[in-house]
Design a protein around this ligand. Sequence first.
Ligand code: AMP
Length: 452
Amino acid sequence: MPRRKREKIALKKTETSRRTRRSSFELRRIRGMKDILPEDMSYWDWVISKAECLALAYGFKKIETPILELASLFTRSLGKGSDVVEKEMFVFTEKGGEEVALRPEGTAPLVRVYIEHGFLNRPQPVKLYYFGPFFRHDRPQAGRFRQFHQFGLETIGEASPMAEAELIFLSFILFKELGLDVSIQINSIGCPDCRSSYIKVLKEYYSSRKKYLCETCKKRWSKNPLRLLDCKETDCRELSLDAPHIIDHLDEECRKHFTKVLEYLDEAEVPYTLNPRIVRGLDYYNRTCFEIWPSDEETSSQNALGGGGRYDYLIKELGGRETPAVGLALGLERIIILLKEKNIKPPVDSRPLIFVAQLGESAKKKSLRLYERLRKEGFRLAQAFTKDSLKNQLSLADKLEARFTLILGQKEVLDKTILLRDMENGSQEVIDFNKIVSEIKKRLEKKNNNQF
Ligand code: AMP
């Protein structure tokens, strides 16, 4: 083969391999995972800070646990037959050979902490709250992501029905403060004893109707019959309407406990709906179960903003002593979606009070120290010190809706003065550089506008 032809072929091969290499690179997010952009952060900060303030006021302490846990922690606690374990866990074998999982929920890790760190020896109950990302490999759709964030509360070491009433009350208050109308759906699934007698009745009800059930529910009939009640398929939903109610099968103790929870809620003026189909999907729940739905949302738990319940047997199941407990988790993404749908905006407190503008090299040099002096005074500030054009800086100050702009130019530096521009009426005044703080405070007092 002639040399030129050989070279041409070699060149073509290199190009093809370069192209292949390039095409194997794809710049995109993983399905079901979302970026939280700066413009959305005010929603996140608002909801989280409100939730944290409430949690702290009611004696909950913040806790953080790792995102990775041994997969067996969740298999053991949530149950092999739960959707989360069966279909949705991100599980992989790490280099050491251990099977680990990206945490799909927050209760099991907190129970691990409770046992592993001997929290039993602390004053009971141990009240904890957490916030962070969770992972479920579900089919992404509106309000359902593969990485999502939960704010959770757990009261471990408390059998009193007041414990669940407190959690429900707190979530009700939180939604009220956010301006969202919610509906609390509540049920009791009793203890293992009353549940086993109920399950017999439930299976009997469904046995003659099995042919109308979806394929998943056909399997649930033998594996996890309680879940027949919260299936989202239309036929299954219709069948569940006439199914026997578990509260009619509660034993004396479970019935008393549930009545107390409802009494406490009544007394606290928390409206709720008794919903016999709230059973939650995980094995560890017993007695009180609840979900929080948007109030105008006819449909079920598909759009639930949160949910929780009692798990009095989980600590023992994971190797600790029998310890009563109750927990709640709220889904941040869904709350923020709903806030946006309802056109509820976080209170604007990000508007700068003062924009610091500079013109010329000597002013630019002084600007950082001036800015820091104002920051220490507690003023909310903004700047664009990398910009040279005053026009650009002033239009940014305008866009940010700054109340005042301080303009430091070459002349002002020499005169030890600064220009104070009132952005509301456009008036400008020359003031003594050393009296900036007192001059601004004076103007704020005059306008009775002390919001800095
Ligand atoms: P759960 O314990 O599964 O009911 O989860 C509690 C709350 O977390 C739900 O009510 C939702 O608000 C939220 N949540 C659960 N799974 C997801 C998901 N895949 N995507 C978004 N939010 C979720």
